[in-house]
Every structure is written in C-alpha cells, then in structure tokens.
Design a protein around this ligand. Structure first.
Ligand code: SER
Length: 567
C-alpha cells in the first residue's frame, strides 16, 4: 500500500464511521478560530488547531472529525538522516469532541488496523501500551490482545503531550494508548515476556514500531513559565482540571505507518520520497542512485537529509514562512542551509540545487495540498535566494574555521562552533569532522550553551528580528508580515520611497563577531543595483527604530540587496 492509498483509506474509514473530513491547518499554528497559538512555533500535531473545540470554547461542525494534518517537528533535527526521523510529516487523525471515548477509539483503531477491508494487519503482530493507571484502556485493549502484549508505562511515554503530567506545556492533555507493529521478519515469539524497553525504542532497528496513538483528552494543564525570560526552563504546574467533556485525539504518522505496513525498511523507501531521491541522484555527477550507496554511507545520509528538509522547506514557505534570524524563519533558514551544505560538501553540488527539488516534492504530494501548487514561484524563488545568499557566506565561514584551527591546540570554543552552525549553517557534525581532521575537539558543552540561548531567542515573535550592532547592542526591527520574495525597483522617477523591510542578514567578522554591517532587502526600493558596469546606488535606509547607511546595492536572486552599515 502506498502513502497515498493509506491516506485515502484512513480518511475513508473514518468518514464511513460518521466522521467529517476537515482540512489541514497551516504549519503556522493558527487554531480554528483564527488565533495564533503562542505556545508553539509550528503545528506539531493533528489536534493543535482543535484546541478551542476540546476546551468547549467553540463548537465543532460535527462531534467527530478526521484529517491529514501537515506537521513540523524540529526538536530533534540532528537525528534526521537516520531511517525514520522526519522534520515534516503528515499526521492522520480522528477526533471525538465529547462523543466516543476510550472504548470507541480503541475499537475503531483495532478495526482499521486488522479488518481485511482496511489494513488487514496480522493481529499477532500488534501490541499496545497504556498509561500505568489507566485500567479502562487496559480493559479495552484486553478485548483484542493477550496480556503479554499490553504494557502499562509511565507518563513519559503514555501521557500526552510529553511532559504535561509534570512540567508542561500547557493545554488540553490526557493519558494515551499507543499501538505497535512487529516489523521483524521472524514472528514475534508467542507468549514472550516483552520488556518495557522493547516499546521504548523508536528506531528502525527496534522490533516494535509505533503506528498510532490514541490520546484520551480530558484535562486542561495550566502552568506558568518558570522563568519568563528563559522559556526553555519550562513551566511550573498550577493545576490540571477536568475539561467540560472527554475527547479523543488519535494520530498516526502517515509516511511511517505506510512504510511499516508495506514491510519497507524506511520512510525513504516510500513513494513520498522516491521522486525526490531520484532527482537528487540525477544531480549527482556520478549519477549514482540513492540505492547504490550503503544505507549508512555519508552520501546516502546526505540525500536523506536533503529529501527531508526540502519537504519541510517547501511546506513552510507555502504557509508564508520566510527565512530569517528568529522564530519560524530561523528554523527554516537552518534547514535550508543544512541541506545546501550537505549537497555541497558531501555530494559535490557546486551550483544552487535545492530549488530544483520543489518539482518532485509537488509530484509526490499529488495535489493533496493545493497551496504547494499555488505558491510554486514563491517557493522556488525563496529557496534559490536563500541558497545564493548562503553560498556567499559559506566561503567566509570556511575561512573563519580554517584560521581558527591554525591557532587552537586543544579544543574549538563551543561558541564558535555554534556561530558556524547558526550564522554559516555548518551543522555541528560537519564542524566536528573538519576539526577532527586537524586533530582538534569541539567543546560540546559550550556549543550546547550557545544553542540553548539561541533557542530561546527563536521562540520570539516571527515578525520581529533582533540584529546586533558593532558593539553587540541589540536592535529590534519590524519585518514586514507581507514580506515579498523579490524586490521591486521603483527608482525610475524618485530617489526617496517608503517601503517595508523584507529580509535582513548580518555580516560577521573573521572571529564570528557582529560587525554592524548587514545585507538588507526591501519590498520596494529606489536604489539602483550595480549592473553592466554601472555602480550600485548609495544612500540611507531609516525608520523610527534605526538608520542604516547604504554603501552598495546589488542584485541576487529576485532581491535587490543593500550593503548597509548600522549608524
Ligand atoms: N497528538 C497525539 C500525537 O501527536 C496523537 O495525535 O501523538
């Protein structure tokens, strides 16, 4: 069964059980009432948009809904490249708002998974986990599974969202029951006393792979930030009160479930990824296919990272996120740069390539998400601009690292490693690799510390960008919420113009320190860019908040860029 067939079957099954089909929400987490969910950077689960329904604050169009939701999860970016981790995936969901509860949810899950009309999975290859105190869910699963294949586990795995039992995040929550499928070629040994560890493993080599999660939403978790200045410190619990009614949030990762039930070793073997990997292979001058390389070869890993990141990047841009230095834009910028770096360093792609992968992404989605087709030009242009900009700074970053390596004997400062990651987009493992060649270790503790600081900053609003002047003084800039993906030249009849800031990227010196110099793009600009022997315009860009002196203007991608010094 293909990814597309699985999506269709799932949605059909739940519609046949009186669920109404509901569209995916944006990856920018707006809920069904149009409010932005401030507690999240991205939509990370099928239930996010439905929070007002779970809370009884808005009435759903029907008490039962089903959907396939676009999801971005970036907590674990460094794991991407293995066989199962994805930063973008689709989550199939069925939801009950005060309608059926544990018995109904588990019965539907079982019927969908095992009935010959639907997935027809072998019941002897299925297992479940329930929250340790949840006798009711245990009893319901006991109707289908023998006791040795139902496990009671603690809140770390079986109370959703993770951590909400003790330290947040706030929101609707409850105990959950997860379903697992035995993927090994051998049958699961009958009556074997499986250990809890069998169900905690989450990689393609594990014996049991998770293929679904029924969350029994019944509480509102309330807490306050331990330290409002440092959201990363988490929350202090204030209360966990029952919601007005009990609900269900079932979620299944589409690509992963499709791979597991098709007996494929990895999500990258599904047709969600095949066209993308084929395109990447065709760009490889040696024309070697993804399958040519052993699974753990650096080339295969690089191809998987690129294939994952291009999907995330395309969908983020389609939902209006643009690369920047804070918030969602910061995450997007990191993903694009990491992919470009892999392409350049590991696969030897000398020319911009990332935007060429938009077409296979679209092809693999088969029109299911129209926004991907409608915003084709914006997506391609944004990817190309960002890659060009990055390739310009990449050379600087490499020089910085080489120079530093000549000087340090023992360890590379973590802050510098982070700066390379953050500013020049060198993933840690690349810096480590380069350092190892020079016999130098990277100070990981310092790196983590710098990363934690940046993560806090990245939780900030996506419409404000903080830049730093030559003395490191922070300056908040309003980035246009209608930032364009190209600049329009308006200087034929004027030398002054009121416009909005579209993009800004700081320049750093060879030590990775801020210089007070920036490259700025505006939605519309009267500055003439250098071309055909004519030099670029100079002048001033100013607002109530700042004043920049423009020393040069040039064209790159669709943007007209201003080399600017903060005054
Ligand atoms: N929200 C739950 C999850 O993400 C189930 O949809 O696992």
């Amino acid at each position: 069964m293909t990814v597309r067939e699985l999506r269709q079957k799932y949605l059909e099954f739940f519609q046949s059980k009186d669920h109404k089909l509901f569209p995916s929400s944006s990856l920018v987490p707006y809920d069904v009432t149009g409010r932005l969910d401030e507690s999240l950077l991205f939509t990370g689960a099928g239930m996010v948009q439905f929070k007002p329904y779970f809370r009884g604050l808005a009435k759903p169009p029907h008490p039962r809904l089903t959907n396939s939701q676009k999801v971005v999860r970036t907590g674990d970016i460094e794991s991407v490249g293995n066989l199962s981790h994805l930063t973008f995936f689709e989550m199939l969901g069925n939801f009950s708002f005060g309608d059926y509860f544990k018995a109904g949810a588990i019965a539907y899950s079982w019927e969908f998974l095992t009935s010959a009309d639907w997935l027809g999975l072998d019941p002897n290859r299925l297992a479940a986990t329930v929250f340790e105190e949840d006798d009711e869910a245990y009893a319901e699963w006991s109707k289908n599974l023998p006791p040795h294949r139902i496990f009671r586990l603690g809140e770390e795995t079986n109370f959703w969202p993770a951590g909400s039992f003790t330290n947040g995040p706030p929101g609707p929550c409850g105990p959950n029951a997860e379903m697992f499928y035995w993927t090994s070629d051998t049958e699961p040994p009958p009556g074997a006393p499986y250990t809890v560890e069998d169900f905690l493993r989450d990689d393609a080599d594990g014996k049991w792979l998770e293929i679904g999660n029924d969350v029994f939403i019944q509480y509102e978790w309330k807490g306050r930030l331990r330290n409002p200045a440092r959201p990363a410190d988490g929350y202090v619990k204030e209360s966990m009160d029952p919601l007005p009614f009990k609900s269900v949030d079932n979620g299944r990762g589409l690509e992963r479930t499709a791979a597991v039930i098709a007996g494929l070793k990895s999500v990258y073997d599904t047709e969600a990824f095949i066209p993308i990997l084929e395109k990447i292979s065709s760009l490889d001058r040696s024309d070697r296919s993804y399958k040519y390389y052993p699974e753990d070869a650096p080339e295969a890993r690089a191809m998987r990272i690129i294939a994952d990141h291009i999907r995330t990047a395309c969908f983020c841009i389609a939902d209006g996120v643009l690369p920047s230095n804070t918030g969602r834009g910061y995450v997007l910028r990191r993903l694009i740069r990491r992919a470009v770096l892999k392409g350049q360093r590991v696969l030897g792609f000398e020319e911009p390539f990332f935007h060429l992968l938009y077409d296979p992404v679209r092809e693999s989605m088969n029109g299911f998400y129209p926004e991907l087709d409608e915003r084709a030009d914006v997506i391609r242009e944004t990817l190309l601009n960002e890659e060009r900009l990055f390739r310009r700074t990449l050379a600087q970053g490499s020089t910085l690292l080489q120079e530093e390596l000549l000087q340090v004997q023992a360890g590379l400062a973590g802050e510098l490693a982070f700066k390379l990651y953050d500013t020049y987009g060198f993933p840690l493992e690349v810096t480590q690799e380069l350092c190892a060649e020079a016999g130098v270790e990277v100070d990981l503790e310092g790196y983590e510390k710098a990363m934690a600081g940046a993560q806090e900053r990245s939780r900030g609003s996506s419409e404000m960008d903080t830049v730093y002047g030559a003395q490191g003084e922070p300056l908040l800039l309003s980035i246009s919420s209608n930032a364009t993906t190209q600049s329009t030249f308006v200087g034929y009849d004027r030398t002054e113009h009121v416009s909005e800031l579209s993009q800004i990227s700081p320049r750093f010196d060879a030590d990775g320190r801020t210089t007070g110099q920036f490259q700025i793009a505006l939605n519309e600009t009267p500055f003439y860019a250098e071309s055909g022997g004519q030099v670029g315009d100079t002048g001033v860009i100013e607002s109530d908040e700042f004043r920049f002196r423009v020393t040069d203007t040039f064209k790159e991608g669709g943007f007209i860029w201003h080399d600017a010094v903060l005054e």
